[in-house]
Design a protein around this ligand. Structure first.
Ligand code: DP6
Length: 326
């Protein structure tokens, strides 16, 4: 008899260096193109899943608060996957916490669904391998599939559920990169990423972005493998600019940047011209991820903090795979 069986897992969010924007299949989150990311080791989501036969619906507690209906429904639907595949129909209590501010412009859905995948697989007694865990996490949130494996990760877009998964191509210790996250603004996103991915195809630039993604993936992978910071700078900034060009030319257009976003971009370019090794990358928000080498992280953090509109600067190096706590 199963009663109050529980498992806890930890996962890290990830920052994409080659971005995921637009889907071939919206329901399964099969992306239009491959993407590459780095897990963020200092940022942690810890999620406990408790099978509770007393419950008649799933209950989600996020950062010590009962989650709203939309978030609970998303998690309920996701847990249905485990109920359907295990035959265990029990409802769950899910207790999830982040050690980073949810509204800081750091996508928490990736680490949230990666940690939930591991903990749920355990309590529902499924034993997926790493690839399968990545596929399942993808069903919750696309980028969550990249938070399953360790370090530097390549999400193969594929064309169906089985061919679309992420795998590590370099461990966290491979390269001492630091993501200095310049947190800008804390308003919740007006447009969800689901809606953003849907709008991508309305931009005339999306087709060319997708058609040219393969070559950026190859350049980015080899830049990381060879620790070639100059090559990585070039391809990652190009890829961010391309994704934001698509966003800005979608119908309706999406403008995630705020004045401090541009200020950070300009400073990063200026400091680079003065000899510092660093580049920017920006997700679906105003905050800017400034990537540099570990030896320069202190000075980059200090300088970013002085820019008007930057609320705080959070630092993280490469992170490990999602894992269960015993
Ligand atoms: C801009 O993975 O958050 O951060 O699948 O709808 O949950 P859903 O989308 P999500 O999209 C991430 C978009 C991005 C780029 C990236 O991380 O690759």
């Amino acid at each position: 008899m199963l009663s109050n069986y529980s498992a806890t897992a930890i996962a890290h969010p990830n920052i994409a260096l080659i971005k995921y924007w637009g889907n071939q299949d919206e329901t399964l989150h099969i992306p239009s193109a491959d993407s590459i990311s780095m897990n963020l080791g200092s940022l942690i989501t810890k999620t406990q899943v408790i099978l509770d036969p007393e419950l008649n619906h799933d209950v989600l507690i996020l950062n010590n608060q009962l989650a709203d209906n939309a978030a609970t429904l998303r998690v309920q639907r996701f847990l249905d996957y485990f109920r359907n595949h295990s035959g265990i129909k029990t409802c769950c209590r899910i207790i999830s916490e982040n050690n980073f501010p949810t509204a800081a412009g750091i996508a928490s859905s990736a680490s949230a669904f990666a940690a939930l995948t591991l903990a749920a697989a355990k309590v529902f007694q499924l034993e997926p391998d790493l690839k399968e865990l990545s596929r399942i996490a993808r069903l919750g949130s696309g980028s969550a599939c990249r938070s399953i494996p360790a370090g530097f990760v390549h999400w193969h877009a594929g064309y169906d559920h089985s061919s679309s998964y992420a795998e590590s191509f370099a461990p966290p210790a491979h390269w001492d990169l630091i993501d200095c996250i310049a947190v800008i603004g804390d308003e919740p996103k007006i447009i969800s990423s689901l809606e953003g991915h849907r709008l991508a195809q309305t931009s005339p630039f999306q087709k060319i972005r997708v058609e040219t993604a393969r070559s950026r993936i190859e350049v980015c992978r080899s830049a990381i493998i060879e620790r070639d910071f100059i090559q990585l700078t070039d391809v990652a900034e190009l890829d961010t600019n391309l994704m934001h060009s698509v966003m800005m030319t979608s119908r309706p257009p999406l403008f995630y940047w705020q004045p401090p976003t541009i200020a950070v971009i300009q400073q990063v370019r200026k400091w680079r011209s003065e000899g510092l090794s660093l580049f920017y990358t920006i997700d679906a928000g105003a905050s800017v991820h400034v990537i540099c080498l570990k030896k320069d992280a202190g000075i980059v953090q200090e300088r970013l903090t002085l820019i008007d509109g930057v609320k705080t600067v959070i630092l993280s190096g490469p992170g490990d795979a999602a894992h269960l706590l015993s």
